[in-house]
Design a protein around this ligand. Sequence first.
Ligand code: GLN
Length: 539
Amino acid sequence: MTKYVFVTGGVTSSLGKGIFASSLAKLLQARGLRVSIQKFDPYINVDPGTLNPYEHGECFVTEDGAETDLDLGHYERFLDVNTTQANNVTTGRVYLTVIEKERKGDYLGKTVQIVPHITDEIKRRMLILGQGNDFDIVITELGGTVGDIESLPYVEAVRQLRWELGAGNCVVVHLTLIPYLSAAKELKTKPTQHSVKELAKNGVSPDVLVCRTEKNLTDDIRHKLALFCNVDFNAVIEAQDATSIYDVPMHLLKEKIDSIILDKLRLNVRKRPDLTAWQEFLNKLQNPVAQVNIALVGKYVELQDAYKSIHEALIHGATAQQIKVNIVSIHSESITEKNVAEWMKNIDGILVAPGFGSRGISGKIEAIKYARTQNIPFLGICLGMQCAAIEFARNVLQLPTANSTEMDAHTKDPIVDLLESQEKITHKGGTMRLGAFACTVAKKTKTYKAYRQENISERHRHRFEFNNAYKEQFYTAGFVAAGINPDNNLVEILELTTHPWFIGVQFHPEYKSRVTRPHPLFVDFLQHALKQRVSKENL
Ligand code: GLN
């Protein structure tokens, strides 16, 4: 029977529930258990696909084309497993299901209410992953902070499930903050006590407290927390700020959280956690032998979470080669033809990020032109590839008004355009080309050298496509289609033959990079960036 761990958050948001859940899952997985993680988000959007990255950070896309919370990216990267639509549920999705059922008449004339109808739907979804006997443990992260109005139905669902599943089959972990008051030189437990009281008021008492803190938790503090929050002394877990998110599983291992959770779930697992590959990754991460500077050009760079998967994929790709990647975020709106050289002075590789809409496009195009003409390794992702195509058309093919119809609906040269099937779509939610699609990589290309595979599959999230009417012209001038979708002939990868490493991809390779399995394109991009650095240093 599948057992359940629920992770709630208290005191403040941004405590790193996603990293905690991923780290705990990693430890349990390392003990040979089959673990999955899911996230319930209390907002009313049906999915985060329609949210501005400033609101909610990156939107992570799964193999099955679900647009999900960025925490699912952490789950996949830590566990090296794929998640699906079922791993991310929002209040909007829950209500949509209930309202659709009501319209169909499924409630047989009953008044439809938050309790029991919404809470039943939440419970049903909380149990779905555990029903196929695919997992020993399902960890459910509840978004939001205890005490928020919108969290209430979720807490109530957990209360009911706990009663229904019975002791030993489910554990509630409360992640909380123990602030340090420098004036008093003291760690303070009161906010946590209040947060636990708030949970208890709703009928849920946590079994384990995980305490985010800047300082060591002394035994006195642990004792006080245990006593006033009604948890076992050894179930007060310290989660001190870590230098890297990848250190967190090791910190938690020291605190024996895996054993504590397994005890409470009455699971007798003898196997000690095998974290050899993870430790190897950490050793390389902590002892780099060289470094590279990568410019990340995008319009949401103020918010690091907006490009979370790209950041992590760069770290995985660099660490695999034991190099350190310094990510220099550059706001595309601040790049002009005049200052681009200044921005790129110390840069060894340029990555132009995905995005939507026309803001910041000209800066992206300047950065791309610089990479192309100065032979700097370049990786363009999604909009980054589309901009590379536009730049090439304007400056090499001499089509000065070339554009994407996303930016100029009436351009004479629509290098990037909507497919007919997209033209009729009026709804924004969930209607892009989403999820995994096959791609055939052309042999004798740099892309092939990176992948060492002809048949690949990558995840997409976009509406616009490279316009095949220009393929021949591009090809003749040296910008070739290195990857084609075998089913519909769409260009998925463009590569410049006359450049050391200049590749644009219509898909998002960053979604498939894993801690212990870095993405080949990122690895190759960074390898060429390092070459660039070494040759610069030798000048
Ligand atoms: N806006 C572009 C499109 O919809 C690119 C999207 C992206 O970069 N994810 O096609």
